[in-house]
Design a protein around this ligand. Structure first.
Ligand code: OOG
Ligand code: NI
Length: 464
């Protein structure tokens, strides 16, 4: 008997990302508006920069951009995190990186589930920033116990999603019919529910401890809290948001505006105040409200090596010692100026970034290189100098903890800043996850090395 063919995990991820986008567009119409604005700005940017368009086409990255987005969820228990890892794994998404946000006054630690490997990233780079609530950081023991008890009785996955995840694990994949069912069943976990699972009184106490605790504990599931399209010009989108009736947060997080984009720049619009229903003791429903869901856009630049990343972290620190962005935006211009000045030492040409070993690049043969009988054992630098090999920046696929903290903060409200003792606990996170998180640098280095090996192989073949 022949085995039925399985759909690739890349295909399941693409289906899921499209389904999630359609659902969120329905739930939060401003997300649809933002998508339109981003698409328009991306078209304009490509029209005035044919060189960029050509490089994106040549590196097989143009198609992915309009499809590209990330989302974020916040989970309540280790069991939820462990199951989420298995669900994402069916879609070819694996935990990369560990982010400790306790230092920024947010009681969570996080990872990003995303595809790894060049081919999968090119097919569809959909990622989900996934946080786990840290009740251990909540001082009030009684409240902590109540929150734990509430979380213990919820089931955020549908029976169908669990069953199909197990089936995929056992069989090593899913058929087209099962994959479609899996997508629709798994999507349910991310849906918004306006009926709270706790009373209004408990919601208020959770909220008083930290808004984020109320967001995680009060609801039936970890509603997707934002979905972020990728733009090629974030400054232009930020400037045009008001024309589209959207009020952006005061400053763009991440590096300043540059010719050669590095890492990640992000901006968002504030969370909506949405109606919620709370059940009273007599079974009657009373109306309240909750702010959780917001919109965000991002511009992605080159992935930095550990050396480049250390320089980025240093320069960001320097600028923040001069001016810290105020939540109300009152010092936005000063902040931007300090940031731009602090980043002067970071080279702003691809040649210099490469020469100083600050970023990861994908290498390929030029037109000339494809025809030449070059010495395949020549150094990379000489092959480049001879115009036989060219290099393109490898896109940063991950997140930045300081930026993530800024995004969390701007959506928790200006009064939400709280101090927790910094307490990264990657080991605990990995125990809860049931796996180790992958190291982002290893993956970029691997993609870079594979591109160099490909060039050498092609040159040797030409020589033969
Ligand atoms: C996640 C915030 C982090 C980003 O893009 O840095 C994030 C959250 O609010 O749950 O999504
Ligand atoms: Ni985000």
């Amino acid at each position: 008997m022949t085995q039925p063919a399985f759909v690739s995990s890349d295909e399941i991820r693409s289906m899921f990302s499209a389904a999630m986008s359609a659902m969120y567009r329905n739930e939060v119409p401003a997300y649809g508006t933002l998508m339109e604005l981003v698409a328009k700005v991306n078209d304009e940017t490509l029209a005035i920069d044919p060189k960029l368009k050509e490089r994106l086409e040549e590196t097989d990255s143009l198609d992915r951009i309009s499809e590209e987005r990330h989302g974020a969820i916040r989970l309540g228990t280790p069991a939820e995190l462990a199951m989420m890892r298995r669900v994402f794994s069916v879609m070819g998404m694996y935990p990369v990186g560990y982010y400790d946000l306790s230092t920024a006054g947010v009681p969570v630690h996080s990872t990003a589930f995303r595809p790894v490997g060049d081919a999968s990233l090119k097919r569809n780079p959909f990622r989900v920033f996934t946080s786990l609530l840290r009740l251990d950081l909540i001082a009030d023991e009684k409240l902590r116990a109540e929150a734990e008890a509430t979380l213990a009785t919820r089931q955020i996955f549908t029976a169908g999603a669990v069953e199909l995840t197990e089936k995929a694990e056992k069989q090593g994949g899913l058929t087209q019919t099962d994959a479609e069912r899996f997508v629709s069943k798994a999507l349910e976990t991310f849906r918004w529910h306006d009926k709270a699972r706790v009373s209004a009184e408990m919601y208020d106490r959770l909220h008083a401890a930290h808004r984020l605790i109320a967001d995680v504990v009060s609801f039936k599931g970890p509603h997707i809290n934002h979905l972020t399209p990728r733009t090629l010009d974030i400054d232009l989108v930020q400037a045009r948001m008001p024309e589209y009736g959207i009020a952006p947060k005061a400053v763009v997080e991440g590096p300043p505006t540059r010719k050669c984009a590095i890492l990640l720049r992000q901006t968002s619009f504030k969370a909506l105040n949405e109606p919620v229903l709370f059940e009273g003791e007599g079974g009657e429903w009373t109306e309240g409200s909750h702010t959780a869901r917001f919109g965000e856009i991002e511009q992605r630049g080159i992935a930095l090596t550990p050396k480049g990343r250390a320089l980025y972290d240093d320069l960001l620190n320097v600028s923040r010692k001069i001016v810290r962005p105020a939540a109300d935006g009152s010092n936005a211009a000063e902040y931007e100026k300090a940031l731009a000045e602090a980043f002067v030492p970071f080279p702003d040409t691809w040649e210099a970034i490469r020469a100083e070993g600050l970023g990861y690049f994908a290498y390929s043969l030029t037109e000339k290189g494809r025809k030449a009988k070059a010495d395949a054992s020549a150094t990379l630098d000489s092959l480049i100098a001879d115009g036989l090999v060219q290099f393109d920046p490898i896109v940063y696929e991950d997140f930045l903890p300081v930026s993530a903290a800024g995004i969390f903060q701007s959506n928790l409200g200006d009064d939400a800043t709280q101090d927790f003792v910094a307490s990264p606990n990657q080991q605990r996170f990995e125990t809860d996850l049931g796996a180790k998180v992958l190291n982002e640098f290893d993956h970029y280095a691997g993609i870079e090395q594979a591109s160099i090996d490909d060039c050498r192989r092609a040159l040797s073949a030409l020589q033969a």
